[in-house]
Design a protein around this ligand. Structure first.
Ligand code: 5GP
Length: 202
């Protein structure tokens, strides 16, 4: 049985990465897709865990060879999802979170079947700015760029299946967990197991 791709987008500072990390720690059959990026690692980020950090030449060569399911330029840096990595996870029956921007989500929508689209919003743009400042990992210039981009991203929220407003992390995580659990229980996804268990009665 193939796993479920969960596509999660959010403006910067919405708490998306924290929520995704908590979900991966909670669900045994859920993995995080590790993107390729030309961005430099932030303090504490590990190559192969948070991202696969590559230079422009390596990234462009992967684009040429068609190795990305989707790729996009975000805040002047390139980011992409490896086709092969994603297929390996889904084929082994595991579900996966793709933490990607709105452009990436649009292109995945055209290419991948069965995706569940989740948009995470901060309670306000001001709150988002405060979170980015508190994180202390981006310059004031970078934060300004991210908040400006956020305005365009928020307009695309209605295209997602679910929206979570992350005002309180605990509550947002409860909602996130409920969405994942409900999607796993959809009858069309459960039928393979039902048939196995109740073959003689069906
Ligand atoms: P950050 O630099 O803060 O880690 O990520 C910047 C933005 O790039 C975020 O919106 C993040 O979701 C997005 N992003 C990360 N990986 C990918 C990817 O593989 N593809 C696309 N399209 N966006 C990505």
């Amino acid at each position: 049985m193939s796993g479920i791709p969960f596509i999660v987008s959010a403006p910067s500072g919405a708490g998306k990465t924290t929520l995704c990390k908590k979900a991966v720690a909670f669900f045994r059959d859920l993995r995080q897709s590790i993107s390729y990026t030309t961005r430099k690692p932030r303090a504490g980020e590990i190559d192969g865990v948070d991202y696969r950090f590559v230079d422009n030449a390596a990234f462009d060569s992967m684009v040429k060879k068609g190795e990305f399911l989707e790729h996009a330029e975000v805040y002047g840096r390139k980011y992409g999802t490896s086709r092969k990595d994603l297929k390996n996870i889904l084929d082994s029956g595991l579900s996966v979170i793709l933490e990607i921007d709105v452009q990436g989500a649009e292109s995945v929508r055209r290419k991948l079947k069965g995706g569940v689209y989740i948009f995470i919003l901060p309670p306000s743009l001001e709150a988002s700015g405060e979170r980015l400042k508190a994180r202390g990992k981006d310059s004031a210039e970078e934060i300004k760029k991210r908040l400006k981009t956020a305005v365009g991203e928020i307009k695309l929220a209605p295209r997602y299946d679910y929206i979570i407003i992350n005002e309180d992390l605990g509550e947002a995580f409860e909602r996130f967990k409920s969405i994942i659990s409900a999607e796993k229980s959809k009858s069309r996804r459960m039928m393979e197991r039902v048939k196995e268990a109740y073959e003689e009665y069906l």
